[in-house]
Structure formats: structure tokens, C-alpha cells
Design a protein around this ligand. Sequence first.
Ligand SMILES: Cc1cc2nc3c(=O)[nH]c(=O)nc-3n(C[C@H](O)[C@H](O)[C@H](O)COP(=O)(O)OP(=O)(O)OC[C@H]3O[C@@H](n4cnc5c(N)ncnc54)[C@H](O)[C@@H]3O)c2cc1C
Length: 391
Amino acid sequence: MAYPLSSSTLEWQRKARQYAEEELIPHEEQAELNEGVLPAEIVARQKAGGLALGLSRIDAPLLHGGLQLPMLDQVVIWEQLGRVTNALCWSVPEAHSWMFDACSPDQLERYIKPMMAGKRRECYAITEEEAGSDNDAITTTARLEGDHYVIDGEKWFVTSANKADFFFLQAITGTQDGQKQHALFFVDLDAPGIEMIDNPLFGHTYSSHHPTYRFNRVRVPAANRIGPIGGGMNYTRSWFRRERLMIAARCCGAAARLIEMGAEFAKARVVSGQPISEYQLIQAMLADSLTELWGSRLMTYEAAAMQDRGDDLAVVHTHCSMAKLTGSEMANRVADRVVQIFGGRGYLRSNAAQRFYRELRVDRIWEGTSEIQRLIIARSLLKRGVDNLIG
Ligand SMILES: Cc1cc2nc3c(=O)[nH]c(=O)nc-3n(C[C@H](O)[C@H](O)[C@H](O)COP(=O)(O)OP(=O)(O)OC[C@H]3O[C@@H](n4cnc5c(N)ncnc54)[C@H](O)[C@@H]3O)c2cc1C
């Protein structure tokens, strides 16, 4: 018995699957063998397809031209996109609902609506060399001078910055009662004083890079501060909540494709006179993978459904962490097993299992490591108790 999804959710699932299978998956290998880069006409077609499907607007309010889909629909869509390797599913920018709460009308016009139209692209600059798990340790400052902020500092691991034209940048604006005051800013990538100082290679083969930037007296209009002074971390938490849930969804999609591939290969591959699917050690790997996927999927769907029901935000936040922790750890185990089922063929870069094996690893690290998710879950448990978290 599958999880009960409405006919409109199933229709989104079908459309996202079709987009993944027809427009994205056929180009994975070419991307893998070419540093992640595809010919411009293919990239343009993928972007046009994503925009036509509405992927840049699924979370945006109807009032602003968005689709305002239930979170469950969005999770189902990102699950299908998670079936794709080489980050080809990042074909369009995506405006999130929290942005419409946080941004001024002018900011919506200059940054968020152009994202929805696929005309501007964002990247997110929070992490610094000495501030990863502990966001409060950031040292990048934004000092108010007249009607401008002056930004100084360094940010690294800025995903997709090579394709973006503005940052969401987290900085310290001062201190109050001994506490650091954070704020989030729009910063245009071409502002004077911004320098890319490194562009390291990572374990995956993506055309979206993760460079390091230095900000040297970068002047940003005060009108580019998002929300009130001190409100920055709240918006970043909204970003984390959404990203963690969507990572969980993508991990479920990746695991489903991996299990399908592993089962199909096991039935066809004959060793010592028998398909390896007949060997119980292989069956155990498939059985464990499917069982763990089912658990992760239920948790992910339920975390989304809780948001649709308007449950307490702190409880939802905890469930997003539980879904991310479970989903990312699960998908890494599944990828490892499926590579094993493929044997030597699983080590070929042409094999999607091999690409997932490398690509899924970062899902246990970014948007908060598995250890940090455990801390969030434990703190919430100690504060709220079992019943208030899981009934
Ligand atoms: C490919 C990639 C892309 C990224 N993209 C972005 C991006 O676009 N924007 C952005 O801002 N950041 C980005 N990041 C940064 C990412 O979010 C951080 O790497 C992550 O939060 C971990 O921080 P860190 O690397 O500094 O690890 P550290 O904080 O140095 O942690 C090191 C280890 O210590 C553990 N640890 C830390 N604190 C505790 C604790 N209290 N208890 C137990 N264990 C602990 C961690 O879990 C980890 O295992 C990206 C990272 C990567 C690898």
C-alpha cells in the first residue's frame, strides 16, 4: 500500500518524474565526463522546461504569481528530482515562501520575482572557514555608514556562486547585551570590493561550484538588509528548514532509483550459474535498502504534511532535522550497498550508482551535519518531551 497522495499530488509526481527522465537523466553521463558542464543549448532547454513546469515558483505565494503548492506536493516533486545525478536538477532558481515574508516590496521586485522568472540567480553565503556548524561564530561584519552598510569578511563553500548574480549574505551588524546581532543582506556579485579568492574541487562533478569570496569594504545600500536588524538568523533558519526537508526528499528519490537499478542488475547478472538476486546476501542488501527508504519517505512526507497542517514551527523544525538525518544517512547506506551489488561495474563513473555514492556524501554535511541535526533533535526532545514531538 503506497502512502496516500491526492490526485493533484500524484500529477505533480508524474510531471516531475517525466521532466527528470526526459530532460535531465539522459545528460548525466555527458556532464560527468565534462566537469559537470553541458552544452549551452541543453542547459537552456533544461531551464526552459523547469520554468514551464513552474519549478521556480512552487513555494511562492499565489498573490505574487507563485503556485503556493502544499509542502507535501513540493516534497514529492523534489523526491523525483533527487533521482538525477550531477545536480542537473538545479536547473532553475527557486523563490521560497519565507522570502515573501522577509523582503520589502522593493526587494521582491529587484531580487525575488526575477528569480521566479529565471532572470536572476541566488547563492547563499553563511559559512566561513572558522564558522560552519556554529553559525554564530561568523566574523563577517556589516557596519552602517550613512545609508549604506560596509561589508568586510570572507565566505567559503558558496554553492552555485559561479552561476549566481547575488548573494544572500549573513553578517554581524553589531552587539547588543553582549550578543552578536546578525542580519541577512542582498549583495550583488559584481559590487566593487568582492573578490573570488579560491574555487576548490570537491568530490562530485557539478557545474555549480562552491567558491570562496573575500569582501573588502563592499558598500551595500541599507535597503538591501533583509528584515529588521537581528532578524537574520530567523530567515536563515527558515532556509535551513526548507533545505533540510528537500534534502531528505532528494535522498529518498536517489535511494529509490538506486534500489531499482540494483534489483534490475541483480536479476540479470549471473555468477556461478545463478542470477546474483538469488543469493541471500544480495537479497539482504536490497531488503534493508527498501525498508530504510520506506521509513525515510514516511518521515519526510509526514514532516511536510505537518507544515501543511500548520503544526507548531519548533516541532516542524525538529521533524525536518529528523527527516534530513534519517534520509541522508539512509541514502548513503543504500548507495554503498548498490555499488557493492554492481561489483566492479559499480566503480565506473558511467554508473549512476558510483555518482550517487560520491554525491550523496555531502548530504550528511551541508545544511547542518548529521551531528548538528542530532543536537537539534536532542535539544528539542529535552525541552518538549516525546509526546509533544511525536505524539
Ligand atoms: C560542497 C559543499 C557546499 C556547501 N555549500 C554551502 C553554501 O552554499 N552556503 C553556505 O553557507 N555553506 C555551504 N556549505 C558549508 C556547510 O554547510 C558546512 O560545511 C557544514 O555546515 C559543516 O561546517 P564545517 O565544514 O565548518 O564543519 P565543522 O563545523 O568544522 O565540523 C567538523 C566536524 O565536527 C562536528 N561538530 C561540530 N560541532 C559539533 C558539536 N557541537 N557536537 C558534535 N560534533 C560537532 C561536525 O559535525 C563535523 O563532523 C557547503 C559545504 C560543502 C561541503
